[in-house]
Design a protein around this ligand. Structure first.
Ligand code: TIU
Length: 227
């Protein structure tokens, strides 16, 4: 078992039964001209975590963990987008409208792609999700169950929206979840911090948190014991 010095107490997992879930590291959230900036947000705090997410992906691949990437996306006819979701936000540049990176939050458009630095590799799972949570209206749970996954390391954007929703959904389905705190980000730094606190309060009510460095040192120690 790999043992991480996490909060609120150590987190133990085996790479064979653990998946890294990278939430929505798409151009639509991280780059200017996408959904996030159309909502009036400064996207820079999200861009700042890209190297950390890349290092986390490298660690998961080196440890031969299952890797899952998600994208928040809608069908071109928007039949999977509730009218309420479409009406909220920017009235002139909303979901399905044409922006500088193609139609906002629509599957297959340039803005909907995962950042090139974090491109999924062959054999990794990519989940297109119409909601904020990765389990809502997707087959993620079935895919994880098929592979015997019991533990999830969670990263991506944004901490208080899709990362938190997905971690809560996973917790309710019985997964032991750890959020990698410096591999996720919010447009609102105070929400990022508050989310990490609320997920892990009350003895880990939703799960654990730890920075990437703790994960890296735990994996190095494990590799030393299992050469
Ligand atoms: N707006 C915002 O903070 N987030 C989202 O709309 N989706 C995700 O978090 N991926």
């Amino acid at each position: 078992m790999i043992r991480i010095d996490a909060f609120p107490y150590p987190y133990q997992f085996h790479p064979r039964s653990t998946a890294l879930v990278v939430i929505d590291m798409q151009r639509d959230f991280v780059e200017e001209g996408g959904f996030g900036s159309a909502l009036g947000n400064d996207v820079r705090p999200l861009g700042a975590i890209v190297p950390t997410v890349a290092a986390l992906l490298a660690l998961a691949r080196q440890t031969q963990m299952l890797v899952v990437h998600t994208r928040e996306s809608h069908l071109p006819d928007l039949s999977d987008c509730p009218r309420t979701k479409r009406l909220r936000g920017n009235p002139t540049l909303g979901i399905g409208d044409v922006g500088p990176m193609g139609r906002i939050l629509v599957r297959g458009e340039p803005g909907n792609q995962i950042l090139p630095q974090l491109t999924p590799m062959a054999g990794e799972i990519v989940i297109d999700k119409p909601g904020k949570g990765a389990f809502y209206a997707t087959d993620l749970h079935a895919q994880l169950q098929e592979r015997g996954i019991t533990h999830l390391l969670v990263a991506g954007v944004t901490t208080e929206v899709c990362v938190q929703t997905s971690m809560r959904e996973a917790n309710d389905r019985g997964y032991e979840c750890l959020v990698v705190e410096d591999a996720c980000a919010s447009y609102f730094p105070a929400f990022h911090r508050a989310t990490l606190d609320m997920l892990t309060a009350q003895g880990g009510i939703v799960g654990w948190r730890a920075p990437l460095a703790q994960l890296q040192s735990a994996v190095t120690a494990y590799a030393g014991e299992h050469p």
